[in-house]
Design a binder for this molecule. Structure first.
Ligand SMILES: *Cc1c(COP(=O)(O)O)cnc(C)c1O
Length: 369
């Protein structure tokens, strides 16, 4: 089976986990502290590790005081994690259109959805590309909004020569099993805003004041105070041990992802009806490889056919404004609703071979002939 995505692990990750198990200290301790230090160095600004990418988004929103009565602009075409993180704070996710060329948030549509309650915008770096991120920041500045980048797909991506997360307001990454790097489950928040860092550092450990600092030096909090709502959102040493190795291996993992995407681009270049979502792979590290198939009628049928050929394909994502919890009968998003049925994600992970890519493309072209 050629899998759509998967974790790619070497013996090094396995050894690192065994070493932590041998220590018999599995919680948040020295490994998490080390991983955070390495991420901070990688981004050139403070990074905090948490239990998931969703937790990273939730904590970031809480740290900028987004809550009940507030609104956050976000594209409907994203994983439900973006929406859930917003609604977890009590705020309302405002579903916006995407730009059809980048599948990132459409600012002209977002502008029509601004109200006096709009507090923040959450651009989603769909598939690893960031669209016109400069424009998101000028839009936010113009309208007095905070920016929380859902960078779950974009670990390692550069924008105008700078790493995503190394500039801007707040960026949140995911290290779940199939993301560009993994720590099993996990995520991180990166920002230069020290008050956000301080708040998240406590809020991830049930709001226990300065618990992160104590754990980093091997101590525990006994006599403590709690002043805000916190969560059990910290990372464990087992996870961090995996993450540290993955970060070390990342140059190689990223290069493989880029190479595979470039081969797809090349093989699909001549097709009339299959249009890849195009990226500049000198800058973008792709998380998924997405194509749009004009006039595609029955995606389920295509998925079934491909399974018979031992190929998993998928699609990202069912628009959030169609989910019962976020449904809004008065809302129609024409671009999102017409693009979504035509989207397909082809297998992409570092262990896919050139032959696999050829086989996938041959089958895709044959199917439509
Ligand atoms: C994976 C993902 C997240 C959440 O990350 P988890 O670590 O799975 O919680 C958020 N947004 C997008 C777009 C994602 O793909």
């Amino acid at each position: 089976m050629i899998r759509l995505s998967k974790s790619c692990l070497s013996d090094l990750e396995k050894k690192a986990v065994i070493r932590v198990l041998d220590n018999e200290f599995l919680g948040m301790g020295r490994e998490v502290n080390k991983f955070e230090g390495e991420l901070t160095e990688y981004f050139g600004r403070p990074a905090l590790c948490v239990s998931t990418g969703t937790a990273a988004l939730h904590l970031a929103l809480q740290a900028i005081c987004v809550g009940k009565g507030d609104e956050v602009l976000v594209q409907s075409l994203t994983y439900v994690a973006s929406f859930q993180a917003i609604s977890a704070t009590g705020a309302k996710p405002i579903a916006c259109e995407v730009n059809p060329d980048t599948l990132c948030i459409d600012l002209s549509d977002a502008e029509t959805k601004l109200t006096k309650n709009t507090k923040a915008i959450m651009p989603v770096h769909y598939s690893g590309g960031v669209g016109t991120l400069d424009e998101v920041y000028s839009f936010a500045e113009k309208h007095g909004l905070r920016v929380i980048e859902d960078a779950a797909h974009a670990f390692g991506t550069k924008y105008k020569g700078r790493k995503v997360g190394s500039f801007g307001d707040i960026a949140c990454f995911s290290f779940d099993g199939i993301k560009n790097i993994t720590s099993g489950e996990g995520g991180c928040v990166v920002t230069n805003d020290h008050s956000v860092i301080k708040k998240i550092s406590d809020a991830r450990l049930l709001g226990v004041e300065n618990d992160s600092e104590k754990r980093a030096s091997g101590k525990r909090s006994w006599d403590f105070d709690v002043k805000c709502q916190g969560w059990r959102y910290h990372m464990s040493d087992i996870m961090a041990a995996i993450g540290i190795i993955q970060l070390k291996r990342y140059p190689e993992l990223a290069l493989k992802r880029k190479k595979i995407a470039k081969i797809y681009d090349l093989l699909l270049a001549k097709s009339e009806y299959i249009s890849p979502l195009l990226h500049n792979y000198n800058e973008v590290v792709p998380h998924i490889y997405v194509v749009r198939i004009k006039g595609l009628k029955d995606r389920n049928e295509l998925q079934k056919h491909f399974l018979k050929k031992s190929i998993q394909i998928g699609y990202h994502y069912k628009p959030n404004h169609w989910l019962s919890i976020y449904q809004d009968k008065s809302l129609s998003l024409y671009v999102t609703e017409s693009i979504f049925p035509e989207l397909i994600s082809l297998p992409l992970h570092p262990d896919i071979s050139k032959e696999d890519v050829k086989y996938v493309v041959e089958n895709l072209i044959k199917y439509f002939e």
